[in-house]
Design a binder for this molecule. Structure first.
Ligand code: ATP
Length: 263
């Protein structure tokens, strides 16, 4: 049995003649917190989109939990155990906080369409279960009130947490966070670091995050992978990445490489 939960190898993604990812390989060990970093436009979000089935790489393999998932549709990837949040908030408008989180659980429901229309005892029991688990997910991320408010009326930092709760409601094995610290203040960033640790420690969910806040990345990650112009240029522990000349060069340009990376 592999110790890797997610293994990408030889991923190639192109839009017409423009190659976005070139022979990208990388992995997330079971139970790890891993960050994917790299300069703007390096291809990080595109890699997330390949993993989650939004983009179709033309070459390579994506193995998750022992099976090939390349080519699966996004909802099948979610059902396989991968959940994500987005760079720009994507909460459903005109839905309450609780309804947004409940929507995350659709991929795990058992009662079919007929049961939903007829409101059978099985469907009612399932709905109660979904509500209870969704509330628990909200409390876990630190949202303890306002469940009936329209989600998009919450303060920005709370909306980000609701998005994480919705992802957790899918009962994932791996959570992908795309720039979770964007727009948060210093206090909220510290809470996010703690939350990511608890997601792994208390819920047993491995975490892969894309993040530009290098201070946060250094604190929260056990491993870091670095992407530059669609190519993986480094992988290692935070300290190793901090002093890796290729990484410094990618961020600062050759002539500044001596200056060191402010990670
Ligand atoms: N659907 C698409 N069609 C055409 N080009 C795309 C598409 N999606 C991404 N790209 C291009 O792929 C490159 C990588 O973009 P991507 O968003 O993956 O980078 P990133 O590392 O996440 O950047 P950032 O840190 O700025 O969010 C960019 O040049 C982008 O314009």
């Amino acid at each position: 049995m592999s110790d890797m939960l997610l293994e990408l190898s030889g991923i190639e993604l192109a839009f017409g003649a423009y190659t976005v990812l070139e022979d990208a390989s990388f992995s997330v060990p079971k139970g790890a917190i891993v960050s994917l970093i790299g300069p703007n436009g390096a291809g990080k979000t595109s890699l997330f989109n390949c993993i989650t089935g939004f983009y179709r790489p033309r070459k390579g393999s994506i193995r998750f939990d022992g099976r090939e998932i390349r080519g699966l549709k996004p909802h099948h990837v979610t059902a396989a155990g991968i959940a994500r949040t987005f760079q720009n908030l994507r909460l459903f408008r005109e839905m309450t906080v609780l309804e947004n989180v409940m929507s995350g659980m659709h991929c795990r429901t058992r009662a079919g369409a007929f049961a939903a229309i007829l409101r059978t005892p099985m469907q009612r029991a399932e709905e109660a279960e979904i509500q209870e688990f969704s509330r628990e997910c909200l409390e876990f991320v630190g949202v303890r009130e306002g469940f009936d408010r329209e989600a998009t009326t919450l303060a920005y930092g709370h909306q980000r947490r609701v998005e994480i709760a919705r992802a957790l409601a899918t009962k994932p094995k791996l959570l992908l966070l795309d720039e979770p610290a964007a727009g948060l203040n210093a206090g909220e960033k510290q809470q996010l670091i703690e939350l990511i640790g608890r997601i792994r420690d208390e819920r047993g969910v491995s975490v892969l995050l894309i993040e530009h806040d290098t201070g946060l990345v250094m604190k929260v990650s056990e491993r870091i992978s670095v992407l530059d112009h669609g190519v993986m240029i480094a992988e290692g522990k935070p300290k190793e990445i901090q002093s890796n000349p290729k990484v410094i060069e990618a961020y600062l340009g050759q002539e500044d490489a001596e200056a060191g990376l402010d990670l």
